[in-house]
Design a protein around this ligand. Structure first.
Ligand code: AMP
Ligand code: ZN
Ligand code: FE
Ligand code: FE
Length: 280
């Protein structure tokens, strides 16, 4: 299959994307190339709990687009929230140590999930989940795909509904790590924090506490947010003086939205840089 010609001079901004180093399917190099092909000029890679894509992406991006180093940290206390960190230093020792611990916790969790699945008659092998994950930090999406390959479910969505989601029969929580802890971690690594896909049910008191903890932005433009969610979130952002960000949350071609699809205003980049104290 031939690739569409490179469209240079694109103006699209995409601040939320995944690679093979979490649960996406493209390598960092392929992601950068697809972004260029689709007219994206500012791209953040935000793998779940992983920094591995950032260096190869930086080498691939050269001057063809501006690459923003990012991460999407999964946090849990009574609810699950995802904190996007931008302009973090990938070499920060505390960040690296914490992510290494998360990776070990994730493997333990997958083992526990597999045990539950065995008990409910939907067995999958750890080796199979590991082969689905490849270089990516292991997570429920990889277990979901293994369940699909084993014929226990029709689709990944079905796997989350029946087994892996918070109401599923094989749900296992991860160790507590709350959003304020993620915000601190990002700040100490030199970055700036944004609440990801903030459109779900959350109370504003909780959000205000996160702003007090140092949250600088809120993701407005995301494929799961309809027009009314966007309006509501923009009003909250204005009231709390939060930076409005957005991105496609791209994982793979043909599923969900594609690179550059969200109408993210280019001005967001300088606001994030100012908040992170990054020059340029
Ligand atoms: P984990 O990090 O292992 O807890 O897995 C959570 C990830 O699974 C989320 O960040 C999403 O990328 C993905 N996910 C959650 N729900 C679904 C779903 N219904 N279908 C596909 N992927 C999902
Ligand atoms: Zn994901
Ligand atoms: Fe997320
Ligand atoms: Fe994401």
């Amino acid at each position: 299959m031939s690739r569409p010609p490179v469209r240079s001079g694109g103006r699209h901004v995409d601040l939320h994307t995944h690679t093979v180093f979490s649960d996406g399917v493209l390598t960092p190099e392929q992601l950068v190339q697809r972004a260029v092909d689709r007219g994206v000029s500012v791209l953040a890679i935000t793998d779940h709990d992983s920094l591995e894509a950032l260096e190869p992406a930086r080498l691939a991006a050269t001057s063809v687009l501006e690459l923003v180093p990012g991460i999407e940290i999964s946090t849990f206390d009574t609810v699950e929230m995802h904190i996007l960190g931008y302009f973090i230093d990938p070499a920060d020792p505390t960040l690296r140590t914490t992510l290494a611990r998360f990776a070990r916790d994730r493997v333990d969790r997958v083992r526990a999930i597999i045990e539950r699945l065995r008990q409910v008659g939907a067995p999958v092998e750890l080796d199979e989940v590991m082969s689905v994950a490849g270089p990516g930090v292991m997570g429920r999406p990889h277990v979901a795909e293994a369940l699909r390959r084993a014929g226990h479910v029709e689709s990944v969505d079905d796997a989350f509904r029946r087994y892996l989601g918070s109401h599923g029969v094989a749900f296992v929580p991860r160790p507590m790590f709350d959003a304020a802890m993620a915000i601190n971690l990002v700040r100490e690594a030199g970055g700036v924090s944004v609440l990801a896909h903030a459109g779900g049910a959350f109370d504003e008191m909780r959000l205000e506490a996160l702003v007090d903890a140092g949250l600088a932005g809120i993701e407005i433009w995301h494929p799961v947010h309809g027009a009314s969610a966007v309006r509501r979130l923009r009003a909250i952002a204005a009231r709390l003086r939060l930076i409005e960000t957005g991105g496609s949350d791209f994982h793979m071609p043909g599923r969900g939205s594609d690179l550059g699809d969200m109408p993210v205003p280019p001005s967001v980049l300088s606001r994030l840089k100012d908040a992170a104290g990054v020059s340029g």
